[in-house]
Design a protein around this ligand. Structure first.
Ligand SMILES: NC(=O)c1ccc[n+]([C@@H]2O[C@H](COP(=O)([O-])OP(=O)(O)OC[C@H]3O[C@@H](n4cnc5c(N)ncnc54)[C@H](OP(=O)(O)O)[C@@H]3O)[C@@H](O)[C@H]2O)c1
Length: 254
């Protein structure tokens, strides 16, 4: 009897782009994709931290390179990406948050968060998809969204606005590019210990709130999200598009 075979989760020969890859979840995604065989172009604004991350990965034997890039500078994004060979896997991960009550939010706070979390991801995906279509790559876009793209959170009106937006954008884009075999999905972590959440995780009241919501009873680590990037990028996920993969320890389960 011929048994079904699990499709490969290797990414040998694939080119991946990860934004916000110098630390935190983006660095985790870059390491995971590189460990699966992809060559990873890693972007961030601060060259020192980015170069240090790339050097450490190269020392570990991973194929990767640095690309200093502010994703909110859409003309720079277009110029940089069109100068490079196309990518099979694109992870829109760079993100921002300005937590606080809506009553204290400024228009600048709103524009800042929406600009990085939504606008930049939108136009980067636009350029990346042009490259995939040109090369006839059945590639994929993976947007790092959040559980806050599914539920509300304290002091997070702008952040939730942005993450619900990326959820909608990903679904609509998934429909648009499906005919080219290109897939678009999101990964939605709960609170993960990174520099991004450091301040929140130093506040005992907030930590009590977070732990009361995460059914598995612990805050996430970068390693908790890494496998999801490889899975969604791989042949094992070839029929998955327009989906949202929650890694929330059960927060949104009820
Ligand atoms: N940590 C969590 O609990 C959590 C939970 C759910 C979702 N997320 C999402 O996961 C993503 C990554 O979060 P993280 O916790 O890993 O954050 P992080 O540790 O602060 O890392 C953010 C990364 O994005 C880069 N970045 C920020 N603004 C950028 C810009 N304008 N252009 C290019 N790169 C930029 C940073 O490098 P530079 O500053 O040098 O540019 C850094 O590499 C975000 O989209 C966030 O919303 C995080």
């Amino acid at each position: 009897m011929q048994l079904p075979q699990t499709p490969s989760m290797r990414l040998d020969g694939k080119r991946a782009l990860v934004t916000g890859a110098s630390r935190g979840i983006g660095l985790g995604a870059a390491c995971a994709l590189a460990a699966a065989g992809a060559h990873v172009v890693m972007t961030a604004r601060s060259p020192d931290e980015l170069n240090a991350a790339v050097e450490s990965m190269q020392q570990a034997g991973y194929g990767c390179e640095a690309l200093v890039l502010d994703v909110t500078n859409t003309s720079q994004v277009r110029e940089s990406l069109t100068a490079l060979p196309a990518f099979h896997v694109v992870v829109n991960n760079a993100g921002a948050n300005r937590p606080g009550p809506m009553s204290e939010a400024s228009e600048e706070d709103y524009d800042f968060v929406m600009n990085v979390n939504v606008r930049a991801a939108y136009f980067l995906a636009q350029v990346a998809i042009e490259g995939m279509k040109k090369e006839k790559y059945e590639g994929c876009i993976i947007n790092t969204s959040s559980q806050m793209g599914h539920v509300g959170g304290i002091d997070r009106t702008i952040y939730c606005t942005s993450k619900f937006a990326i959820e909608g954008m990903s679904k609509a884009l998934a429909i648009e590019v499906a005919e080219h075999g290109i897939r678009v999905n999101t990964i939605c972590p709960t609170f993960i210990a990174t520099p991004f959440t450091q301040k929140t995780l130093e506040d005992p009241e907030r930590v009590a709130w977070i732990k009361s919501k995460i059914k598995l009873g612990r805050i996430g680590e970068i390693e908790d999200v890494m496998g999801a990037y490889v899975f969604l990028a791989s042949d094992a996920a070839s029929l998955i598009t327009g989906a949202s993969l929650l890694i929330d320890g059960g927060w949104t389960a009820g």
